[in-house]
Design a binder for this molecule. Structure first.
Ligand SMILES: [Zn+2]
Length: 322
């Protein structure tokens, strides 16, 4: 009997520790660029950290761009030499994303992935959560769920989250995470920690504001995301979509792919098939949200016929010209 009790207690503790987010108290968070071998194939380690005495990597699958946190004990380090790591990526989707991003890296606005191939019938939805005192605009998600109700499809979309929004909206975050159970699959995009904004022209605004520490903006927000149970994706959204070559190159050195938009709805840009649509879900962009809901209504027939859908940002990149 004693033994049985012991076994039950052990089982309880095992499931308890398993269920906990292992990186809630992460330390030593830093940039890496390591070629790794995982159980299912080659991976790239872009960050490492320690938690509860174990070392973890934030990994990217170079073929699917999926990011995951993996215990270093489950990985074999192939190379830490950046030239070798880059070589190992030849011919992968990840490497072609680097080329695509470099084509527009001198843009002041909208550098990076900023259009998709029009063969897709539907859109890539990105929702930005810049710092705001207003509550999350839940209508976006509720209307999406009702438009796709009964179609038994998963709904991939991307949410770009700033640190200052995360800190002020714990309930909204919990609500967003709970949508997973309803089939909403969120790609979490780093939208910087501070999301600096001033009244100056774009050349000295957002990430181009004098004194901006991009290393901090990237890493502090990723740490906050991980502590809140969000796995940062390989994508990055520059505040205001503003950047210069130095910013884009720095992001690439962190393994991050900037994502622009060809359809910022509140600015009057129309969504086409394959568009990367941008709306703000932080309560500050009624116009964009209204335009998006109108778009859903316009496409409602096509949605029901399964001729219009949402795409994940990682899908179809192998067909992108680079
Ligand atoms: Zn923003």
């Amino acid at each position: 009997m004693k033994q049985l009790l012991f076994a039950i207690v052990l089982l309880f503790f095992h499931s308890f520790t398993f269920a906990q987010v292992p990186y809630g108290d992460l330390e030593n968070y830093k940039r890496e660029w390591v070629a790794l071998q995982g159980n299912a194939g080659p991976l790239v380690g872009i960050r490492s950290f320690t938690a509860k005495g174990s070392k973890y990597y934030l990994t990217v699958d170079p073929l699917t761009l999926e990011t995951r946190i993996v215990d270093s004990k489950l990985l074999k380090v192939h190379s830490k030499d950046s030239i070798q790591v880059n070589k190992s990526l030849n011919g992968t989707v990840y490497a072609s994303c680097f080329s695509i991003v470099r084509k527009t890296e001198n843009n002041l606005q909208d550098a990076g992935l900023n259009f998709r191939l029009p063969k897709e019938s539907g859109i890539n939805l990105t929702i930005d959560l810049c710092p705001s005192h207003k509550p999350l605009d839940k209508d976006i998600f509720e209307d999406l769920l009702s438009a796709f109700k009964g179609l038994d499809s998963t709904l991939p979309l991307a949410v770009s989250v700033s640190g200052k929004w995360l800190l002020n909206h714990p309930d909204d975050l919990a609500w967003l995470k709970s949508l997973d159970r309803k089939g909403v699959k969120i790609t979490w995009i780093n939208h910087t920690y501070d999301h600096v904004f001033n009244k100056k022209p774009l050349v000295s605004n957002f990430l181009l504001s004098p004194g901006t520490d991009l290393n901090y903006e990237i890493l502090a927000n990723e740490k906050l995301m991980l502590r809140n149970g969000l796995v940062p994706s390989v994508f990055f959204r520059c505040p205001g979509l503003v950047s210069d070559r130095a910013v884009i190159e720095k992001l690439l050195s962190y393994g991050l792919i900037a994502v622009g938009s060809d359809a910022w709805l509140a600015k009057g840009q129309q969504a086409h098939n394959g568009s990367i649509v941008l709306i703000h879900g932080n309560g500050n962009e009624e116009l964009g949200v209204r335009d998006f809901i109108r778009l859903l209504q316009t496409e409602s027939g096509a949605i029901k016929r399964k001729h219009w859908t949402l795409y994940s940002l990682s899908e179809g990149l192998e067909h992108y010209p680079n």
